[in-house]
Design a protein around this ligand. Structure first.
Ligand code: NDP
Ligand code: 2IT
Length: 451
Protein backbone atom coordinates (compact mmCIF):
# COMPACT_ATOMS: atom_id res chain seq x y z
CA UNK A 1 0.00 0.00 0.00
CA UNK A 2 2.73 2.44 -0.91
CA UNK A 3 1.30 5.85 -1.77
CA UNK A 4 2.21 8.67 -4.12
CA UNK A 5 2.85 10.67 -1.05
CA UNK A 6 1.10 10.55 2.22
CA UNK A 7 0.23 14.23 2.27
CA UNK A 8 -1.52 14.15 -1.07
CA UNK A 9 -3.37 10.96 -0.17
CA UNK A 10 -4.47 12.38 3.19
CA UNK A 11 -5.63 15.60 1.55
CA UNK A 12 -7.66 13.62 -0.98
CA UNK A 13 -9.27 11.47 1.73
CA UNK A 14 -9.92 14.54 3.90
CA UNK A 15 -11.86 16.03 0.98
CA UNK A 16 -13.86 12.82 0.51
CA UNK A 17 -14.74 12.84 4.22
CA UNK A 18 -15.72 16.52 4.19
CA UNK A 19 -17.91 16.22 1.11
CA UNK A 20 -19.59 13.06 2.38
CA UNK A 21 -20.23 13.60 6.08
CA UNK A 22 -21.96 10.74 7.90
CA UNK A 23 -21.19 8.34 5.05
CA UNK A 24 -18.64 5.94 6.57
CA UNK A 25 -19.24 3.06 4.14
CA UNK A 26 -18.75 5.29 1.12
CA UNK A 27 -15.55 6.81 2.56
CA UNK A 28 -14.27 3.29 3.33
CA UNK A 29 -14.87 2.06 -0.22
CA UNK A 30 -13.15 5.10 -1.72
CA UNK A 31 -10.16 4.72 0.62
CA UNK A 32 -9.76 1.06 -0.33
CA UNK A 33 -9.43 2.06 -3.99
CA UNK A 34 -7.48 5.29 -3.48
CA UNK A 35 -4.73 3.49 -1.55
CA UNK A 36 -3.78 1.63 -4.72
CA UNK A 37 -4.67 4.24 -7.33
CA UNK A 38 -2.50 7.00 -5.86
CA UNK A 39 0.53 4.76 -6.29
CA UNK A 40 -0.55 3.71 -9.80
CA UNK A 41 -1.06 7.25 -11.14
CA UNK A 42 2.12 8.62 -9.53
CA UNK A 43 3.85 8.75 -12.93
CA UNK A 44 0.70 9.19 -15.05
CA UNK A 45 0.08 12.88 -15.48
CA UNK A 46 -3.01 12.45 -17.69
CA UNK A 47 -5.03 10.71 -14.96
CA UNK A 48 -3.86 13.20 -12.36
CA UNK A 49 -4.59 16.40 -14.23
CA UNK A 50 -7.98 15.13 -15.42
CA UNK A 51 -8.88 14.41 -11.75
CA UNK A 52 -10.15 10.97 -12.74
CA UNK A 53 -10.34 9.43 -9.26
CA UNK A 54 -11.99 12.55 -7.82
CA UNK A 55 -14.59 12.30 -10.60
CA UNK A 56 -15.30 8.57 -10.17
CA UNK A 57 -15.76 9.20 -6.45
CA UNK A 58 -18.53 11.72 -7.16
CA UNK A 59 -21.67 9.91 -8.39
CA UNK A 60 -23.06 11.18 -11.68
CA UNK A 61 -26.43 11.41 -9.95
CA UNK A 62 -28.22 10.35 -6.75
CA UNK A 63 -31.99 10.10 -6.96
CA UNK A 64 -33.98 9.76 -3.75
CA UNK A 65 -37.73 9.43 -3.60
CA UNK A 66 -40.71 8.67 -1.38
CA UNK A 67 -42.32 5.24 -1.71
CA UNK A 68 -45.86 5.21 -0.34
CA UNK A 69 -47.81 1.96 -0.07
CA UNK A 70 -50.64 0.38 1.85
CA UNK A 71 -50.12 -2.61 4.16
CA UNK A 72 -52.56 -5.49 4.68
CA UNK A 73 -54.29 -3.60 7.49
CA UNK A 74 -55.01 -0.69 5.19
CA UNK A 75 -52.43 1.50 6.92
CA UNK A 76 -50.30 3.85 4.86
CA UNK A 77 -46.56 3.16 4.97
CA UNK A 78 -43.77 5.42 3.76
CA UNK A 79 -40.24 4.33 2.77
CA UNK A 80 -37.33 6.02 1.06
CA UNK A 81 -36.17 4.73 -2.31
CA UNK A 82 -32.93 5.53 -4.13
CA UNK A 83 -30.98 5.04 -7.31
CA UNK A 84 -27.32 6.01 -7.33
CA UNK A 85 -25.94 6.32 -10.87
CA UNK A 86 -22.23 6.40 -10.23
CA UNK A 87 -20.52 6.26 -13.62
CA UNK A 88 -21.55 5.36 -17.19
CA UNK A 89 -18.22 5.84 -18.98
CA UNK A 90 -18.10 2.30 -20.37
CA UNK A 91 -21.79 1.38 -20.61
CA UNK A 92 -25.26 1.94 -19.14
CA UNK A 93 -25.43 2.13 -15.35
CA UNK A 94 -25.80 -1.40 -14.01
CA UNK A 95 -26.16 -2.78 -10.51
CA UNK A 96 -28.59 -4.29 -8.06
CA UNK A 97 -31.41 -3.06 -5.86
CA UNK A 98 -31.26 -3.73 -2.12
CA UNK A 99 -34.30 -3.81 0.16
CA UNK A 100 -33.12 -3.79 3.76
CA UNK A 101 -33.82 -1.53 6.76
CA UNK A 102 -30.12 -0.54 6.86
CA UNK A 103 -30.21 0.98 3.35
CA UNK A 104 -29.17 4.64 3.24
CA UNK A 105 -27.27 6.93 0.89
CA UNK A 106 -23.85 5.95 2.25
CA UNK A 107 -24.45 2.24 1.71
CA UNK A 108 -25.79 2.71 -1.82
CA UNK A 109 -23.03 5.15 -2.80
CA UNK A 110 -20.38 2.68 -1.64
CA UNK A 111 -22.07 -0.12 -3.57
CA UNK A 112 -22.43 1.99 -6.76
CA UNK A 113 -18.77 3.08 -6.51
CA UNK A 114 -17.56 -0.52 -6.10
CA UNK A 115 -19.86 -1.65 -8.90
CA UNK A 116 -18.14 0.72 -11.32
CA UNK A 117 -14.82 -1.11 -10.90
CA UNK A 118 -16.42 -4.56 -10.72
CA UNK A 119 -18.34 -4.09 -13.94
CA UNK A 120 -15.21 -2.86 -15.72
CA UNK A 121 -13.39 -6.00 -14.56
CA UNK A 122 -15.97 -8.28 -16.21
CA UNK A 123 -14.86 -7.01 -19.64
CA UNK A 124 -18.50 -6.27 -20.53
CA UNK A 125 -19.82 -2.80 -21.39
CA UNK A 126 -21.52 -1.84 -18.13
CA UNK A 127 -21.24 1.27 -15.96
CA UNK A 128 -21.84 1.30 -12.22
CA UNK A 129 -25.05 1.95 -10.28
CA UNK A 130 -26.97 0.70 -7.26
CA UNK A 131 -30.33 1.38 -5.67
CA UNK A 132 -32.87 0.17 -3.21
CA UNK A 133 -34.95 1.19 -0.24
CA UNK A 134 -35.01 1.02 3.54
CA UNK A 135 -37.94 -1.39 3.22
CA UNK A 136 -37.81 -4.58 5.28
CA UNK A 137 -39.35 -7.48 3.36
CA UNK A 138 -39.16 -9.73 6.45
CA UNK A 139 -42.57 -10.56 7.85
CA UNK A 140 -44.40 -8.90 4.94
CA UNK A 141 -47.02 -10.79 2.97
CA UNK A 142 -46.56 -11.40 -0.77
CA UNK A 143 -49.20 -8.78 -1.50
CA UNK A 144 -47.45 -6.22 0.68
CA UNK A 145 -44.19 -6.88 -1.13
CA UNK A 146 -46.04 -6.56 -4.45
CA UNK A 147 -47.59 -3.23 -3.51
CA UNK A 148 -44.25 -1.94 -2.31
CA UNK A 149 -42.47 -3.04 -5.50
CA UNK A 150 -45.16 -1.44 -7.67
CA UNK A 151 -44.96 1.86 -5.82
CA UNK A 152 -41.14 1.77 -5.92
CA UNK A 153 -41.16 1.21 -9.70
CA UNK A 154 -43.78 3.92 -10.24
CA UNK A 155 -41.00 6.43 -9.50
CA UNK A 156 -37.92 4.44 -10.53
CA UNK A 157 -39.17 3.78 -14.07
CA UNK A 158 -38.40 7.34 -15.22
CA UNK A 159 -34.73 6.99 -14.30
CA UNK A 160 -33.94 3.61 -15.90
CA UNK A 161 -33.97 1.98 -19.34
CA UNK A 162 -32.31 -0.82 -21.30
CA UNK A 163 -29.67 1.63 -22.62
CA UNK A 164 -29.73 3.95 -19.60
CA UNK A 165 -29.64 2.03 -16.34
CA UNK A 166 -30.43 -1.65 -15.77
CA UNK A 167 -31.10 -2.67 -12.14
CA UNK A 168 -31.13 -6.25 -10.80
CA UNK A 169 -31.38 -7.97 -7.42
CA UNK A 170 -29.28 -7.72 -4.27
CA UNK A 171 -30.07 -8.28 -0.57
CA UNK A 172 -33.84 -8.67 -0.14
CA UNK A 173 -34.50 -8.54 -3.89
CA UNK A 174 -34.81 -11.87 -5.67
CA UNK A 175 -36.97 -13.40 -8.40
CA UNK A 176 -40.25 -12.46 -6.68
CA UNK A 177 -39.40 -8.76 -6.36
CA UNK A 178 -37.91 -8.54 -9.88
CA UNK A 179 -41.14 -10.07 -11.24
CA UNK A 180 -43.32 -7.48 -9.51
CA UNK A 181 -41.07 -4.62 -10.59
CA UNK A 182 -40.80 -5.78 -14.20
CA UNK A 183 -44.58 -6.19 -14.34
CA UNK A 184 -45.07 -2.63 -13.13
CA UNK A 185 -42.44 -1.20 -15.51
CA UNK A 186 -44.13 -2.85 -18.45
CA UNK A 187 -47.55 -1.71 -17.30
CA UNK A 188 -46.46 1.93 -17.00
CA UNK A 189 -44.31 2.21 -20.13
CA UNK A 190 -45.85 -0.44 -22.41
CA UNK A 191 -42.26 -1.41 -23.32
CA UNK A 192 -41.03 -4.98 -23.09
CA UNK A 193 -37.30 -4.37 -22.88
CA UNK A 194 -34.36 -5.73 -20.91
CA UNK A 195 -34.68 -2.99 -18.29
CA UNK A 196 -34.06 -5.35 -15.36
CA UNK A 197 -31.93 -8.49 -15.07
CA UNK A 198 -32.50 -11.50 -12.88
CA UNK A 199 -35.86 -11.95 -14.58
CA UNK A 200 -37.77 -15.26 -14.65
CA UNK A 201 -36.90 -17.56 -17.55
CA UNK A 202 -40.42 -17.18 -19.01
CA UNK A 203 -40.06 -13.45 -19.52
CA UNK A 204 -36.50 -12.82 -20.68
CA UNK A 205 -34.34 -14.07 -17.82
CA UNK A 206 -31.08 -15.92 -18.35
CA UNK A 207 -30.14 -19.43 -17.33
CA UNK A 208 -27.67 -19.55 -14.41
CA UNK A 209 -28.21 -15.92 -13.32
CA UNK A 210 -29.39 -17.09 -9.85
CA UNK A 211 -26.32 -19.32 -9.45
CA UNK A 212 -23.78 -16.99 -11.04
CA UNK A 213 -22.56 -14.92 -8.09
CA UNK A 214 -21.96 -17.84 -5.72
CA UNK A 215 -20.51 -20.07 -8.44
CA UNK A 216 -18.27 -17.26 -9.66
CA UNK A 217 -16.98 -16.58 -6.14
CA UNK A 218 -15.91 -20.21 -5.89
CA UNK A 219 -14.32 -20.15 -9.37
CA UNK A 220 -12.32 -17.12 -8.31
CA UNK A 221 -11.24 -18.93 -5.14
CA UNK A 222 -10.26 -21.97 -7.18
CA UNK A 223 -8.23 -19.78 -9.54
CA UNK A 224 -6.33 -18.18 -6.63
CA UNK A 225 -5.54 -21.64 -5.22
CA UNK A 226 -4.56 -23.04 -8.63
CA UNK A 227 -2.18 -20.16 -9.15
CA UNK A 228 -0.35 -21.33 -6.03
CA UNK A 229 -0.43 -24.95 -7.21
CA UNK A 230 -3.28 -26.00 -4.91
CA UNK A 231 -6.88 -27.14 -5.34
CA UNK A 232 -10.23 -27.07 -3.56
CA UNK A 233 -10.47 -30.82 -3.00
CA UNK A 234 -10.95 -31.57 0.72
CA UNK A 235 -10.79 -27.90 1.78
CA UNK A 236 -12.92 -26.98 4.79
CA UNK A 237 -14.89 -23.84 3.99
CA UNK A 238 -16.53 -21.36 6.34
CA UNK A 239 -19.36 -19.39 4.71
CA UNK A 240 -21.48 -16.55 6.11
CA UNK A 241 -24.99 -15.74 4.91
CA UNK A 242 -27.65 -18.16 3.73
CA UNK A 243 -29.16 -16.24 0.84
CA UNK A 244 -28.62 -16.35 -2.89
CA UNK A 245 -24.84 -15.93 -2.86
CA UNK A 246 -24.06 -18.12 0.17
CA UNK A 247 -26.18 -21.11 -0.89
CA UNK A 248 -24.85 -21.16 -4.44
CA UNK A 249 -21.28 -20.79 -3.19
CA UNK A 250 -21.87 -23.79 -0.91
CA UNK A 251 -23.32 -25.76 -3.82
CA UNK A 252 -20.33 -25.11 -6.10
CA UNK A 253 -17.85 -25.87 -3.30
CA UNK A 254 -19.49 -29.27 -2.90
CA UNK A 255 -19.38 -29.86 -6.70
CA UNK A 256 -15.64 -29.20 -6.57
CA UNK A 257 -14.92 -31.51 -3.64
CA UNK A 258 -14.65 -28.96 -0.81
CA UNK A 259 -16.52 -29.19 2.49
CA UNK A 260 -18.60 -26.17 3.59
CA UNK A 261 -19.25 -26.36 7.34
CA UNK A 262 -21.13 -23.14 8.21
CA UNK A 263 -23.89 -20.80 7.03
CA UNK A 264 -25.41 -17.82 8.86
CA UNK A 265 -28.01 -15.08 8.93
CA UNK A 266 -28.53 -12.01 11.07
CA UNK A 267 -29.62 -14.28 13.95
CA UNK A 268 -26.39 -16.32 14.19
CA UNK A 269 -24.57 -19.17 12.45
CA UNK A 270 -24.91 -22.93 12.10
CA UNK A 271 -21.93 -25.25 12.30
CA UNK A 272 -22.24 -28.65 10.63
CA UNK A 273 -18.91 -30.43 11.25
CA UNK A 274 -19.83 -33.26 8.86
CA UNK A 275 -20.21 -30.73 6.08
CA UNK A 276 -23.17 -29.58 4.04
CA UNK A 277 -24.38 -31.82 1.23
CA UNK A 278 -26.28 -30.87 -1.93
CA UNK A 279 -29.48 -32.10 -0.26
CA UNK A 280 -28.88 -29.93 2.79
CA UNK A 281 -28.15 -26.88 0.60
CA UNK A 282 -31.37 -27.54 -1.30
CA UNK A 283 -33.23 -27.64 2.01
CA UNK A 284 -31.74 -24.25 2.99
CA UNK A 285 -32.63 -22.69 -0.38
CA UNK A 286 -36.20 -23.81 -0.14
CA UNK A 287 -36.45 -22.98 3.57
CA UNK A 288 -35.20 -19.41 2.97
CA UNK A 289 -36.97 -18.72 -0.32
CA UNK A 290 -40.35 -20.41 -0.02
CA UNK A 291 -40.85 -20.58 3.72
CA UNK A 292 -38.86 -17.39 4.44
CA UNK A 293 -37.39 -19.32 7.40
CA UNK A 294 -34.38 -18.71 9.64
CA UNK A 295 -31.05 -20.58 9.55
CA UNK A 296 -31.41 -21.57 13.24
CA UNK A 297 -33.91 -24.23 12.11
CA UNK A 298 -31.11 -26.03 10.22
CA UNK A 299 -29.80 -27.31 13.56
CA UNK A 300 -33.23 -28.75 14.37
CA UNK A 301 -33.46 -30.43 10.97
CA UNK A 302 -29.96 -31.95 10.72
CA UNK A 303 -28.39 -34.00 13.50
CA UNK A 304 -24.86 -33.04 14.51
CA UNK A 305 -25.28 -29.39 13.53
CA UNK A 306 -25.29 -26.63 16.15
CA UNK A 307 -26.71 -23.10 16.11
CA UNK A 308 -24.72 -20.22 17.63
CA UNK A 309 -27.05 -17.27 18.22
CA UNK A 310 -25.72 -13.76 17.75
CA UNK A 311 -22.32 -14.94 16.49
CA UNK A 312 -20.47 -14.86 13.17
CA UNK A 313 -18.75 -18.05 11.93
CA UNK A 314 -15.13 -16.77 11.76
CA UNK A 315 -13.93 -18.65 14.85
CA UNK A 316 -14.61 -22.03 13.22
CA UNK A 317 -11.27 -23.44 11.99
CA UNK A 318 -11.13 -23.66 8.18
CA UNK A 319 -8.89 -23.66 5.12
CA UNK A 320 -10.89 -21.11 3.15
CA UNK A 321 -13.46 -18.45 4.07
CA UNK A 322 -16.27 -16.98 1.99
CA UNK A 323 -18.07 -14.01 3.54
CA UNK A 324 -21.37 -13.89 1.61
CA UNK A 325 -23.79 -11.86 3.79
CA UNK A 326 -23.16 -8.13 4.03
CA UNK A 327 -20.64 -5.27 4.41
CA UNK A 328 -18.29 -5.08 7.38
CA UNK A 329 -19.25 -8.50 8.71
CA UNK A 330 -15.63 -9.65 9.08
CA UNK A 331 -13.47 -7.39 11.25
CA UNK A 332 -9.74 -7.13 11.98
CA UNK A 333 -9.97 -9.47 14.98
CA UNK A 334 -11.85 -12.04 12.88
CA UNK A 335 -9.13 -11.89 10.22
CA UNK A 336 -6.45 -12.57 12.83
CA UNK A 337 -8.47 -15.53 14.20
CA UNK A 338 -8.98 -16.99 10.72
CA UNK A 339 -5.29 -16.80 9.83
CA UNK A 340 -4.23 -18.15 13.24
CA UNK A 341 -6.59 -21.10 12.69
CA UNK A 342 -5.00 -21.93 9.33
CA UNK A 343 -7.21 -20.14 6.79
CA UNK A 344 -5.16 -19.65 3.60
CA UNK A 345 -7.66 -17.99 1.26
CA UNK A 346 -10.65 -15.63 1.42
CA UNK A 347 -13.06 -15.00 -1.45
CA UNK A 348 -15.58 -12.20 -0.90
CA UNK A 349 -19.04 -13.19 -2.15
CA UNK A 350 -20.56 -10.14 -0.46
CA UNK A 351 -19.63 -6.53 -1.22
CA UNK A 352 -16.99 -5.16 1.19
CA UNK A 353 -17.64 -7.81 3.86
CA UNK A 354 -14.13 -7.32 5.27
CA UNK A 355 -13.53 -3.99 6.96
CA UNK A 356 -10.35 -2.06 6.11
CA UNK A 357 -8.46 -3.52 9.06
CA UNK A 358 -9.33 -7.10 8.05
CA UNK A 359 -8.44 -6.46 4.41
CA UNK A 360 -5.11 -4.87 5.41
CA UNK A 361 -4.39 -7.80 7.71
CA UNK A 362 -5.03 -10.42 5.01
CA UNK A 363 -2.86 -8.48 2.55
CA UNK A 364 -0.08 -8.13 5.09
CA UNK A 365 -0.27 -11.81 6.06
CA UNK A 366 -0.12 -12.74 2.36
CA UNK A 367 -3.38 -14.64 2.66
CA UNK A 368 -4.89 -15.19 -0.79
CA UNK A 369 -7.58 -12.50 -0.68
CA UNK A 370 -10.09 -12.06 -3.51
CA UNK A 371 -11.92 -8.73 -3.05
CA UNK A 372 -15.65 -8.61 -3.83
CA UNK A 373 -15.25 -6.42 -6.90
CA UNK A 374 -13.36 -9.32 -8.55
CA UNK A 375 -14.60 -12.41 -6.71
CA UNK A 376 -18.36 -11.74 -6.82
CA UNK A 377 -18.46 -10.25 -10.33
CA UNK A 378 -19.94 -13.43 -11.81
CA UNK A 379 -23.47 -12.27 -10.95
CA UNK A 380 -23.33 -8.98 -12.76
CA UNK A 381 -21.41 -10.65 -15.59
CA UNK A 382 -24.30 -13.03 -16.25
CA UNK A 383 -26.61 -10.02 -15.92
CA UNK A 384 -24.57 -8.53 -18.76
CA UNK A 385 -25.14 -11.72 -20.74
CA UNK A 386 -28.87 -11.44 -19.96
CA UNK A 387 -28.80 -7.93 -21.47
CA UNK A 388 -27.12 -9.29 -24.62
CA UNK A 389 -29.72 -12.05 -24.92
CA UNK A 390 -32.56 -9.55 -24.46
CA UNK A 391 -31.30 -7.13 -27.09
CA UNK A 392 -30.67 -9.89 -29.61
CA UNK A 393 -34.05 -11.44 -28.68
CA UNK A 394 -32.71 -14.93 -28.24
CA UNK A 395 -31.51 -17.03 -25.34
CA UNK A 396 -28.44 -19.14 -24.89
CA UNK A 397 -28.44 -22.64 -23.50
CA UNK A 398 -27.18 -23.49 -20.06
CA UNK A 399 -23.90 -25.19 -21.06
CA UNK A 400 -22.88 -22.18 -23.17
CA UNK A 401 -23.59 -19.83 -20.28
CA UNK A 402 -21.75 -22.03 -17.78
CA UNK A 403 -18.73 -21.86 -20.05
CA UNK A 404 -19.01 -18.09 -20.49
CA UNK A 405 -19.21 -17.55 -16.71
CA UNK A 406 -16.15 -19.73 -16.18
CA UNK A 407 -14.24 -17.84 -18.88
CA UNK A 408 -15.21 -14.45 -17.50
CA UNK A 409 -14.03 -15.44 -14.00
CA UNK A 410 -10.76 -16.73 -15.48
CA UNK A 411 -10.31 -13.44 -17.36
CA UNK A 412 -10.98 -11.42 -14.19
CA UNK A 413 -8.31 -13.46 -12.42
CA UNK A 414 -5.89 -12.70 -15.27
CA UNK A 415 -6.71 -8.98 -15.10
CA UNK A 416 -5.93 -9.00 -11.37
CA UNK A 417 -2.64 -10.79 -12.05
CA UNK A 418 -1.64 -8.17 -14.61
CA UNK A 419 -1.49 -5.47 -11.93
CA UNK A 420 -1.29 -7.46 -8.69
CA UNK A 421 1.58 -9.89 -9.23
CA UNK A 422 4.30 -9.25 -6.63
CA UNK A 423 7.94 -10.26 -6.58
CA UNK A 424 8.25 -13.73 -5.06
CA UNK A 425 5.00 -15.01 -6.54
CA UNK A 426 2.40 -13.57 -4.13
CA UNK A 427 -0.56 -11.85 -5.79
CA UNK A 428 -2.14 -8.73 -4.28
CA UNK A 429 -5.63 -9.19 -5.73
CA UNK A 430 -6.96 -6.00 -4.14
CA UNK A 431 -4.36 -3.93 -5.92
CA UNK A 432 -4.80 -5.90 -9.15
CA UNK A 433 -8.59 -5.47 -9.14
CA UNK A 434 -8.50 -1.80 -8.21
CA UNK A 435 -5.99 -0.86 -10.89
CA UNK A 436 -7.43 -3.00 -13.70
CA UNK A 437 -10.97 -1.72 -13.00
CA UNK A 438 -9.79 1.87 -12.69
CA UNK A 439 -7.72 1.84 -15.87
CA UNK A 440 -10.57 0.84 -18.16
CA UNK A 441 -12.98 3.42 -16.78
CA UNK A 442 -10.29 6.11 -16.59
CA UNK A 443 -9.21 5.65 -20.22
CA UNK A 444 -12.80 5.99 -21.39
CA UNK A 445 -13.21 9.13 -19.30
CA UNK A 446 -10.04 10.63 -20.77
CA UNK A 447 -11.48 10.10 -24.25
CA UNK A 448 -14.55 12.17 -23.34
CA UNK A 449 -12.59 15.22 -22.18
CA UNK A 450 -13.65 17.34 -19.25
CA UNK A 451 -17.24 16.33 -18.51
P1 NDP B 1 -29.96 -12.37 0.10
O1 NDP B 1 -31.00 -11.39 0.49
O2 NDP B 1 -30.32 -13.51 -0.76
O3 NDP B 1 -29.25 -12.95 1.40
C1 NDP B 1 -28.62 -12.11 2.30
C2 NDP B 1 -28.04 -12.97 3.42
O4 NDP B 1 -27.18 -12.16 4.20
C3 NDP B 1 -29.11 -13.50 4.36
O5 NDP B 1 -28.68 -14.71 4.91
C4 NDP B 1 -29.17 -12.40 5.41
O6 NDP B 1 -29.67 -12.81 6.67
C5 NDP B 1 -27.71 -12.03 5.53
N1 NDP B 1 -27.60 -10.64 5.97
C6 NDP B 1 -28.06 -9.54 5.32
N2 NDP B 1 -27.83 -8.44 6.05
C7 NDP B 1 -27.22 -8.87 7.17
C8 NDP B 1 -26.73 -8.20 8.30
N3 NDP B 1 -26.83 -6.88 8.42
N4 NDP B 1 -26.13 -8.96 9.28
C9 NDP B 1 -26.04 -10.31 9.15
N5 NDP B 1 -26.51 -11.00 8.10
C10 NDP B 1 -27.08 -10.28 7.12
O7 NDP B 1 -28.80 -11.49 -0.57
P2 NDP B 1 -27.61 -11.97 -1.53
O8 NDP B 1 -27.17 -13.33 -1.18
O9 NDP B 1 -28.02 -11.67 -2.92
O10 NDP B 1 -26.47 -10.90 -1.15
C11 NDP B 1 -25.46 -11.17 -0.17
C12 NDP B 1 -24.27 -10.28 -0.44
O11 NDP B 1 -23.76 -10.54 -1.75
C13 NDP B 1 -24.53 -8.78 -0.40
O12 NDP B 1 -23.37 -8.12 0.08
C14 NDP B 1 -24.70 -8.42 -1.88
O13 NDP B 1 -24.43 -7.06 -2.12
C15 NDP B 1 -23.66 -9.33 -2.49
N6 NDP B 1 -23.82 -9.61 -3.91
C16 NDP B 1 -24.97 -10.13 -4.41
C17 NDP B 1 -25.07 -10.42 -5.75
C18 NDP B 1 -26.27 -11.08 -6.33
O14 NDP B 1 -26.24 -11.40 -7.52
N7 NDP B 1 -27.32 -11.35 -5.58
C19 NDP B 1 -23.97 -10.11 -6.68
C20 NDP B 1 -22.77 -9.65 -6.04
C21 NDP B 1 -22.72 -9.40 -4.71
P3 NDP B 1 -31.12 -12.33 7.17
O15 NDP B 1 -32.08 -13.16 6.38
O16 NDP B 1 -31.13 -12.60 8.63
O17 NDP B 1 -31.22 -10.87 6.83
O1 2IT C 1 -23.48 -6.46 -6.32
C1 2IT C 1 -23.77 -6.93 -7.43
O2 2IT C 1 -22.93 -7.10 -8.32
C2 2IT C 1 -25.17 -7.31 -7.66
N1 2IT C 1 -26.00 -7.20 -6.76
C3 2IT C 1 -25.60 -7.79 -9.02
C4 2IT C 1 -25.83 -6.63 -9.94
C5 2IT C 1 -26.43 -6.98 -11.27
O3 2IT C 1 -26.71 -6.03 -11.99
O4 2IT C 1 -26.60 -8.15 -11.61
Amino acid sequence: MARLDDVEFSTFMEGVRERNPHEPEFVQAVQDVAEDIFEFIKDKQAYQSAQILRRIAEPDRVVSFRVTWEDDNGEVQVNRGYRVQNNNAIGPYKGGLRFHPSVNESVLKFLAFEQTFKNALTGLPMGGGKGGANFNPKGKSDREVMRFCQSFMTELFRHIGADVDVPAGDIGVGAREIGYMFGQYKRITNHFTGVLTGKGLEYGGSMIRPEATGYGTVYFLENMLKHQGRGLEGMRAVISGSGNVATHAAEKLIHLGAKPVTLSDSGGFIHDPEGLTLEKVQWVKSHKTHRRGRISEYAEEFKGATFHPGETPWSVPCDVALPCATQNELLGADARTLVANGCIAVSEGANMPCDLEAAHYFRGAKTMFGPGKAANAGGVAVSGLEMSQNSSRRSWKEPELQLMLREIMDDIHDRCLAYGQQLGGHVDYVKGANIAGFKKVADAMLAFGVV
